[in-house]
Design a protein around this ligand. Structure first.
Ligand code: ZN
Length: 161
């Protein structure tokens, strides 16, 4: 069985940036599970998975466009502290969920002033060339329900309560 549309794929990965620094790894916890062909993971990684079998080990280097996108300086904004009432103490590096006209946006705090906070709405890995070292640990057929929902159910997947 190989990774292709309507298969549920489980894999371990280690993510490094262009400088060779490790950014993330699944090795110390549970492997990741996703539904292939449903945009559950970043485009470039899904493409690299295609056609691989259980126990395959490979690495894929993705340009920012195929990973978390290009950094956009317009996503760095100064917002009044008043708007963040109720969040409590705000610190540099903290991730906040802001309500905007376009819906909730995740931002990283860059600087905290007396009246304003500078936040960055870019994904923390935006603009980075990333290498994924992947080991596929399991592949199975998706259930009809999973295919309809566009995500995985059960261990490592979506829980419906
Ligand atoms: Zn579901």
């Amino acid at each position: 069985m190989i990774a292709e549309k309507d298969k549920v794929v489980t894999f371990h990965y280690t993510l490094t940036n262009a400088a060779g620094e490790q950014m993330e790894t699944s090795r110390e916890s549970e492997p990741m599970t996703y539904l292939h062909g449903a945009n559950n993971i970043i485009t470039g990684l899904e493409k690299a998975m295609e056609g691989h079998a259980i126990q395959d080990k490979f690495s894929a280097t993705l340009e920012p466009e195929d990973a978390y996108g290009i950094r956009n300086d317009n996503n760095v904004q100064r917002i009044p502290l008043k708007r963040l009432k109720g969040i409590g103490k705000i610190e540099v590096g903290q991730i906040l969920n802001l309500q905007t006209n376009q819906g909730p946006v995740q931002v990283t705090v860059l600087k905290v002033g007396r009246f304003n906070v500078d936040v960055d709405g870019n994904h923390p890995l935006a603009g980075e060339q990333l290498t994924f070292d992947v080991e596929i640990t399991d592949i199975r057929d998706a259930s009809e329900e999973e295919t309809q929902h566009g995500h995985v159910h059960g261990p490592g997947g979506h829980q419906h309560d």
